[in-house]
Design a protein around this ligand. Structure first.
Ligand code: ZN
Length: 473
């Protein structure tokens, strides 16, 4: 469709009264009209996304690729139809005065394919592609709270984190462009249901043994295990993209959850995986458990990864997928790997080390265990770490560390969080582990884990059992 450029603001008033008021007053552009994105999938020569961005009159002229690199030039058209070429500098794009349309292509195929772990930059085959929204969406450099965005997709069936409105238009807020999550173009679909919630799944490639229904059954199982931690599945609808990895037979090879609203999950699955191998998988459950806690702002990976890692073992014991000794064996093996990565340094140094995944995940998991034990101890079993997550869920999709701590103290009925955290942060990582396990009656013997009677063994059984039938309502 050709866009007619309307020179006087009042002409638009005939069409939309709300826009009229904004046009007559010197109101911010954001209230007048949405920024519009038209995304078209094409495989004309090579698979790519052709993106057009239509700017409302007077829209700020600075944009950026939040993950720069793939787009080398953009064409912009101003209101009298003059065309310019613009080149991003470190991802930043400054368009000329009067720009109304920005056009660019985003190539989806990585070159070279580099091991197939390009969750952000684009990966896939044939007509099934995976890409992170922030990689290909040019976003305004400054996003204001009132900013509205309309986005359409053509050329392929897309699975974005959001549900489209009438006529397939995604009505978004400016901030959705910043945390744009994972996107799928093409591929097949299946659905998993968890209680009243829906998990929509895009399958982006071929598997040698798995059927689509088996993949969805696996994700439904992980979703049901989330219900051993939270009273209800945390979102009415989430999307999961599953990408096969050639030459791999592990069920979950790698997974990631992005904080779009709602969050979006992508999982790499071995192309040669079998349905039987899903019984031992933890990757899908781990990613879904990230839905049980708020996004921590600023990021506190040790805490969010610690929560997901801790509950991955408990939830599998609670659902019966592993025995209690197996769960404790997984946890203590993880603590041992974390301790090796921590090399006797204090937890605060370990978690500050970017890329020390074992140290970050497992110091966090030990802290989550300790926090859960202390909460149950001081409340005589009435307050649990799960209750902290339920409480935080009533307070919005994000939390600061301080707000997380306040929620812990509310459930505890007394100050608890800061002192316990300081104890862990300042001491050599994992120095709390021995006494904690001893009290719970968890012993690491040469032949494996032994669970025995101890002052805290009743509490340990409560951890393994999860929510009691009384909690069901
Ligand atoms: Zn994680």
């Amino acid at each position: 469709m050709k866009t007619t450029v309307v020179r006087a603001g009042w002409v638009g008033c005939v069409l939309a009264l709300s826009a009229c008021a904004s046009a007559l007053l010197p109101a911010p552009w954001a209230e007048a009209a949405p920024l519009r994105y038209a995304v078209a999938y094409t495989r004309d020569s090579t698979p790519r996304l052709d993106v057009e961005v239509f700017l409302p009159r007077g829209f700020p002229r600075e944009f950026l690729f939040r993950q720069p690199g793939r787009v080398v030039s953009l064409a912009v058209v101003d209101e009298v139809g003059t065309r310019f070429e613009v080149f991003p500098r470190d991802g930043v794009v400054r368009v000329p005065e009067g720009t109304r349309v920005i056009r660019y292509h985003y190539p989806l195929a990585s070159s070279p394919r580099g091991g197939g772990r390009h969750l952000f930059g684009g990966m896939g085959e044939g007509d099934a592609w995976h890409v992170a929204g922030k990689a290909y969406l040019l976003t305004p450099a400054r996003v204001t709270p009132g900013m509205r965005v309309d986005l359409t997709v053509s050329g392929a069936d897309a699975l974005l984190p959001w549900r489209p409105g009438d006529a397939g238009v995604y009505h978004l807020r400016g901030e959705d462009l910043i945390d744009a999550g994972f996107h799928a173009f093409g591929g097949r679909r299946c659905e998993a249901h968890v209680g009243a919630s829906e998990v929509e799944v895009a399958l982006l490639g071929r598997f040698t043994h798995l059927t689509d229904a088996e993949v969805c059954a696996w994700l439904a199982q992980a979703g049901r295990e989330v219900l051993t931690v939270r009273k209800a599945f945390p979102y009415p609808r989430v999307t999961v993209r599953v990408v096969p990895v050639p030459g791999e037979s592990a069920p979950g090879v790698f997974g990631m959850t992005q904080w779009s609203a709602p969050p979006s999950i992508s999982i790499l699955v071995g192309q040669d995986a079998t349905a039987a191998s899903f019984a031992k998988d933890w990757v899908a459950l781990h990613e879904m458990l990230h839905l049980t806690h708020p996004a921590l702002v600023p990021r506190q990976a040790w805490l969010t990864e610690g929560l997901a890692t801790y509950y991955t073992e408990l939830a599998r014991a609670r659902s019966g997928r592993q025995t209690a000794p197996q769960a404790w064996s997984e946890l203590t093996d993880g603590f041992a790997r974390g301790r090796a990565a921590a090399r006797s340094r204090p937890m605060k140094e370990v978690i500050a080390e970017e890329g020390n995944f074992l140290g970050i995940y497992w110091t966090g998991a030990l802290f989550a265990l300790h926090l859960d034990v202390e909460l149950r101890r001081v409340t005589r079993g009435r307050g649990r770490l799960e209750d902290v997550l339920e409480l935080l869920a009533t307070r919005g999709p994000t939390a600061t560390l301080a707000r997380f701590g306040e929620a812990v103290d509310t459930v505890a009925g007394q100050p608890l969080f800061d002192a316990l955290l300081a104890r862990h942060l300042e001491a050599p990582a994992f120095s709390e582990e021995g006494a904690l396990l001893e009290n719970l009656g968890v012993r690491i013997d040469p032949g494996g884990i032994t669970l025995h009677a101890a002052p805290g063994s009743g509490l340990r059984e409560a951890l393994e059992g999860g929510r009691t039938p009384d909690d069901a309502g």
